[in-house]
Design a protein around this ligand. Structure first.
Ligand code: SF4
Ligand code: SF4
Length: 178
């Protein structure tokens, strides 16, 4: 099978640079509003700030996969003298909390890297440089192109006629069943 080079984007978070301004949440919710940029509501953002200014805790977390059941383990982490709950780092939309759920429909939210944009908008709007985007290329299998399939079928219809093609396909399908 033919391979293609796929571009993979990764967002790197530098906690030391985050000041908790929440510009990332604002622009993300605004970009995903319908119509686009018509409103902003951090509850609709695909990036969430875990903030505790008194303890100097500022942790940006990206929405990941949906989890149908909540997990049973709860650990605490102490990093650079700051305490975090395990759930603080979790990227899942799960039944145990409201994070990463569309507030009206309760449907799970997931970061889509601002599909269609050159650069993720949260990265662009993070003026402290806490969020940076890295891009690398990876080899992947080329997806089957339906356009080519359509063109191939069209050629066969032009060459043999629709009826003959249908008869042949019927025969092939009968032979497979038998
Ligand atoms: S925009 Fe940057 S500095 Fe502001 S809260 Fe988000 S990650 Fe932190
Ligand atoms: S990359 Fe785009 S979709 Fe993902 S959290 Fe940032 S602004 Fe939202």
């Amino acid at each position: 099978m033919a391979t293609i080079n796929k571009k993979i984007k990764t967002i790197k978070i530098d906690l030391d640079k985050c000041n908790g301004c929440r510009a990332c949440e604002m622009i993300c919710s605004s970009f995903h509003a319908s119509p686009k940029y018509s409103s902003n509501n951090p509850a609709r953002s695909r990036i969430r700030m875990v903030r505790d200014p008194l303890k100097d805790v500022y942790l940006p977390v990206y929405a990941g996969e949906y989890a149908p059941a909540e997990c049973t383990g709860r650990s605490k982490y102490v990093i650079d003298g700051k305490e975090y709950n395990e759930c603080d780092f979790c990227r899942a939309s799960c039944p145990s909390r409201d994070a990463f759920k569309e507030p009206d429909s309760k449907l799970p939210l997931k970061c889509d890297m601002c599909e269609g944009e050159e650069e993720p908008l949260c990265v662009k709007w993070c003026i402290t440089g806490a969020l940076t985007c890295e891009e690398r290329e990876e080899e992947a299998e080329e997806p089957v192109r339906s356009v080519e399939l359509d063109t191939g079928l069209e050629d066969l219809v032009n060459k043999y006629g629709l009826q003959q093609l249908q008869d042949t396909l019927n025969r092939m399908s009968q032979a497979k069943k038998g």
